[in-house]
Ligand binder design. Structure first.
Ligand code: HEM
Length: 539
């Protein structure tokens, strides 16, 4: 909007100045005068606009001034430098703990961009439930996220989101999830058998296995089958095109991080056309993912025409329902393929990381799993077997609380609104920092910052948290993760097989890990998660 106004004002301004013969003493031709005046007015206005939003508005005009706010170290860049350098969400957690607030805080991010941050369950519920269609996905999601994940349910808003959610919900009904258990288990077992083979073939004791790679390969194979009945076979063939494409765009590189920052600052049309390799990579990845998703739709149509017997998957459910166009189905598939594998893969990495660092937890988990099933190959393992391992449930819940795969998400006020009685102007950016809630002592008790699976034995099923909105791993409310139950069942099956069969040790003791990065966050060392891995005999 501002861009259109600036163009319009520059046009009107240059027309006026030419008619007032403002430059005629210097340049005679009116055409040349336009050629000088129009771009000059454009540049001047853009510079004024940028300066106002950078230095004037946040310091002197914003109605959000006065909210509890950490003292910014820079007059020009707020907390931008700190937020970019620190592990995602860490400074915000500290501020929420140390600065008294009533559920809402403010800080200035890169170039003094205002960030409004909810810190209480009550305000979270207002944003995610009662006002969820006012606090919408922000503009900067339209660039990388929407291009890679498609314009499906994740990006839809208002009535369109309600319509899509209604159509897709049956695919996540408990009955349907139960029918997916054999897929979850057989793929988890396949991964563990392939890793066991790799260990047996290795000429060193306890060879190093990269669990970041294995987690992605396994979860991609699962979502391919569960989403569209297609087996990517990425576990058998790591050169699979879909796997490699995701790996390229989702492994954070310094270039991608710079692009992420630019994306927050620059308008969408500039981002789309900026001649950067990282932008070209996204375009190329989008083409590959789109083509594969369109192929999936064509294959499914053929299977239906041939009346082949198939397990119901998300794509068949969409086709049967009949109201999505092919383009919409392609977009939904793009959403499910990415949202449905990178997240669970990150959770797998965190589980292996904690098992390696806490041998007593690993031992307790292995004992509980082995007590439930005599061997991973046992024919009698069912969903109930896995559900019955209480410590497995506790461990998985605690990993998802303590190491949430999605560390932050954003919203933007679509119109002037209020939150907790505070006026929030249109276009304000809201940052939801998962750990601000998931590790809040106020909500979880004094041990909120301790990794403790046993907390999930407390009555109520919330791990002792005071409110459902204390756990933001899958968000809550109207836009919460539609795949939550799917991923929890899938995750338990994967950890059941991995933790039941192997013992893990860090490649180097107290290995340094990096967690900063993209949409999901996982522990990374040397570009993967290298773990010395040993088969514990007897299972
Ligand atoms: C541990 C695994 C997972 C985590 C931590 C996770 C987390 C999340 C979060 C935080 C959101 C909200 C994002 C936002 O609105 O800003 C979300 C939305 C979503 N997730 Fe998941 N997710 C996981 C697994 C899955 C799986 C397995 C699927 C699909 C099979 C899935 C599909 C979706 C979809 C479609 C949405 C958009 C829902 C909507 O807007 O109505 N997710 N997820």
């Amino acid at each position: 909007m501002a861009v259109t106004q600036i163009f319009f004002l520059s046009l009107v301004g240059s027309y006026g100045l030419v008619h007032l013969r403002y430059l005629s003493a210097v340049v005679e031709s009116p055409y040349l005068q336009y050629l000088i005046l129009f771009p000059s007015l454009l540049v001047l206005q853009f510079a004024g606009y940028a300066f106002y939003h950078w230095m004037i508005y946040p310091h002197f005009v914003s109605p959000l001034r006065g909210l509890p706010e950490p003292k910014a170290p820079s007059w020009f860049n707020g907390h931008g430098a700190e937020v970019v350098k620190a592990p995602t969400g860490e400074p915000q957690q500290k501020w929420a703990r140390e600065i008294p607030n009533d559920g809402l805080m403010l800080y200035k991010g890169i170039l003094n961009r205002e960030r409004l941050m909810p810190t209480s369950a009550k305000v979270m519920a207002e944003i995610l439930n009662s006002k969820s269609y006012t606090f919408i996905k922000p503009r900067h999601f339209q660039f990388a996220l929407a291009r890679l994940l498609g314009h499906g349910i994740l990006m839809a808003e208002g009535d369109e989101h309600k319509r899509q959610r209604k159509i897709l919900t049956p695919a996540f009904h408990p009955r349907h999830l139960r029918s997916l258990f054999p897929l979850f288990f057989s793929k988890s077992k396949e991964m563990v058998d392939l890793i066991s083979q790799e260990i047996r073939n290795a000429d060193v004791e306890d060879p190093i296995i990269d669990f970041n790679a294995w987690g992605s390969r396994c979860t991609l194979d699962i979502i391919g089958k569960a989403g569209a009945g297609i087996d990517f076979n990425a576990m058998v063939d790591p050169s699979n095109e879909m796997l490699q494409t995701y790996r390229k765009v989702f492994s954070p590189t310094p270039n991608q991080q710079i692009m992420g920052i630019m994306n927050i600052i620059l308008p969408l049309f500039v981002m789309r056309n900026i001649p950067l390799q990282a932008v070209r990579d996204i375009d190329a990845a989008r083409e590959v993912i789109m083509t594969i998703c369109l192929d999936m739709i064509a294959t499914k149509r053929q299977q239906i025409a041939e009346k082949r017997e198939m397990n119901p998957d998300i794509l068949s459910i969409m086709m049967e329902e009949g109201s999505f166009t092919d383009d919409e189905m392609k977009n939904q598939l793009m959403t499910f393929m990415a949202a449905g594998h990178e997240t669970t893969a990150a959770a797998v990495s965190w589980a292996i990381y904690e098992l390696a660092r806490n041998p007593e937890v690993a031992e307790k988990l292995r004992t509980a799993i082995r007590a439930a099933a005599p061997s991973m190959d046992s024919e009698s393992i069912t969903m109930e077997t896995i559900e019955g391992v209480r410590y497995l449930r506790n461990f998985c819940n605690e990993i998802l609380r303590f190491h949430a795969p999605v560390p932050v998400t954003f919203r933007e006020a679509a119109k002037d609104e209020t939150l907790n009685g505070q006026f929030v102007p249109k276009s304000t950016t809201i940052i939801i920092v998962t750990d601000v809630m998931n590790k809040s002592e106020e909500l979880w008790g004094d041990d909120a910052k301790v990794f403790n699976p046993d907390r999930w034995d407390k009555p109520g099923g919330t791990g002792g948290a005071a409110s459902n909105y204390a756990n933001m791993t899958f968000l809550m409310g109207t836009r919460s993760c539609i795949g939550q139950k799917f991923s929890q069942e899938e995750y338990k099956a994967i950890i059941f097989c991995l933790a039941g069969r192997f013992a893990f040790e860090e490649k180097e003791k107290d290995m340094e890990i990096h967690t900063r990065g993209g949409i999901t966050q996982r522990p990374t060392h040397d570009g993967g998660l290298p773990m010395k891995t040993r088969i514990v005999p007897g299972w």
